[in-house]
Design a protein around this ligand. Structure first.
Ligand code: ARG
Length: 469
């Protein structure tokens, strides 16, 4: 009997403990303490305005919540797994501090709308924060681009030399991607800037509350429209996870360029020592670990999106505990992008750009072949298909001479085909080739400068809208 009791006692204790571990979100949702306290203070103010609490009670609650916040920030707050989540942890500590009034805070709300609010506030803050970092990155890209509108390098398709472009032009291509990332986050912010607090458990509340007051105080556009949707919706988190996935994808593409450009095969850039690492066995090596990690981080960010999409699939209305699984992935994606954007920005600012190697690479791969074909079409009334064929012969001839097309002499060029006039020789010049692509959005120095100007104008505007959201 005694044995059984002992065994029984141990069993029930350990069963409760394992349930706590499984059920609790406190270990990760304690990150939301600031949002929780802000939401609770606003809720208490509203309850007092509506005559549901006295002003004294609301003041006491707000004061108590400030103390809880101090305790958390100074590290003296005791997080107990048995409290389950940050909402209950804060409320029970509040009640310990201020007594009876603390128990009234939860009037006319539920943890369902409370967590929907806290998490939404976190996601919106993170959205703003990432947008700031994206703007910093674009600023760096544009200032680098401005310095390099005459720095030629081979533009590629299929990773093969295609046509000469300038380095600033390629940087503008990335600036365009990041501009869209900013705008995507911005529209996500606007779409989700509505306050779920006051939806209560799922159906609203019999108290005469003022959801509009709460929404306005917290900086939202308005309260959410439908109580059941408010507590079950996690679209705001999914939007964010999708936006960060695209951002991570763009970062990984850029990172891949950095890996390639810093290899011996390219030698277009050297990453600063501060953003490279050594090999433990090969003393001569300088490895691009930083861009490799930037490239690899996209995996976990996409995973977080997939994870939450699957959690949400098929969930019936309204709140379900499944949605407690929404947070860690979002925290992780935010933190991953936060550090990635900072590191990429710093790596770009500190890298060395080797103009000579870029130019040298232009002399391999017959980059001005299209220009010769275009010259023949424009000036010799030769149909493009025919001009393409003649140019192909010129390329073959250059190869047999062990030269790049751009290095053929007038005589060598004219010997290729009787239809090539000597004036065609100037079309082989690499710089002329790049500068000839002066169409809107093209790679000439002038067209690139116009892109930089447009992007800068956009940037100035984006900075002001960020202040306003
Ligand atoms: N920890 C919960 C979560 O993150 C808070 C909401 C719990 N609500 C409930 N009715 N159990 O989703």
């Amino acid at each position: 009997m005694a044995n059984q009791k002992l065994w029984g006692g141990r069993f029930s204790a350990s069963a409760a403990e394992i349930l706590d571990v499984f059920n609790a979100s406190l270990p990760f949702d304690k990150k939301l303490y600031k949002q929780d306290i802000l939401g609770s203070k606003t809720h208490a103010k509203m309850l007092a305005r509506c005559g549901i609490l006295t002003q004294d009670e609301a003041d006491l609650i707000c004061k108590g919540l400030e103390q809880v916040k101090d305790e958390i920030e100074s590290g003296v707050f005791e997080f107990k797994l048995s409290d389950e989540d940050i909402h209950m942890a804060i409320e029970s500590r509040l009640t310990q501090i201020i007594g009876e009034a603390g128990k009234k805070l939860h009037t006319a709300r539920s943890r369902n709308d409370q967590v929907a609010l806290d998490f939404r506030l976190f996601v919106l803050d993170s959205n703003k924060h990432l947008r700031n970092l994206v703007l910093n990155l674009i600023t760096t890209l544009l200032s680098l681009a401005k310095e390099h509108t005459q720095t030629m390098l081979p533009g590629m398709t299929h990773l093969q030399h295609a046509q000469p472009v300038n380095f600033g032009f390629l940087l503008c291509a990335y600036a365009c991607m990041f501009m869209r990332d900013f705008e995507r986050l911005e529209s996500t912010f606007k779409r989700n800037n509505y306050c779920p607090l006051g939806a209560a458990a799922l159906a609203g509340t019999p108290y005469s509350t003022d959801r509009h007051f709460v929404a306005k105080e917290l900086g939202f556009i308005a309260p959410t429209l439908n109580a059941t949707d408010s507590v079950s919706d996690r679209d705001f988190a999914l939007d964010f996870l999708y936006d960060t996935s695209l951002l991570a994808m763009h970062i990984s593409r850029f990172a891949e360029e950095l890996v390639l450009w810093s290899s011996y095969e390219f030698r277009f850039i050297t990453l600063s020592d501060a953003y490279s690492t050594g090999s433990s066995i090969m003393p001569q090596k300088k490895n691009p670990d930083v861009p490799e990690l930037l490239r690899g981080k996209s995996g976990r960010v996409y995973g977080n999106l997939m994870g939450l999409l699957v959690v949400m699939k098929g969930l019936p209305l309204a709140y379900n505990k499944d949605t407690q699984e929404d947070k860690e992935g979002v925290f992780d994606s935010f933190e991953t992008l936060e550090i990635s954007l900072r590191i990429l920005n710093d790596a770009l600012k500190t890298m060395t750009i080797h103009k000579d190697s870029m130019l040298k690479a232009c002399r391999v791969g017959h980059l001005s072949a299209t220009d010769l074909a275009d010259f023949l079409v424009k000036n010799c009334e030769i149909p493009f298909r025919e001009a393409h064929h003649i140019t192909g012969k010129a390329v073959a001839s250059a190869e047999s001479l062990g030269k790049d097309l751009s290095e053929l002499s007038i005589e060598e060029l004219c010997a290729v085909d009787y239809r090539i006039p000597k004036e065609a020789h100037s079309s082989l010049d690499l710089k002329a080739s790049m500068e000839s692509r002066n169409s809107y959005g093209g790679t000439s120095t002038q067209a690139t400068l116009a892109q930089i100007e447009s992007l800068n104008a956009w940037l100035e505007l984006a900075k002001t809208t960020l202040g306003n959201v």
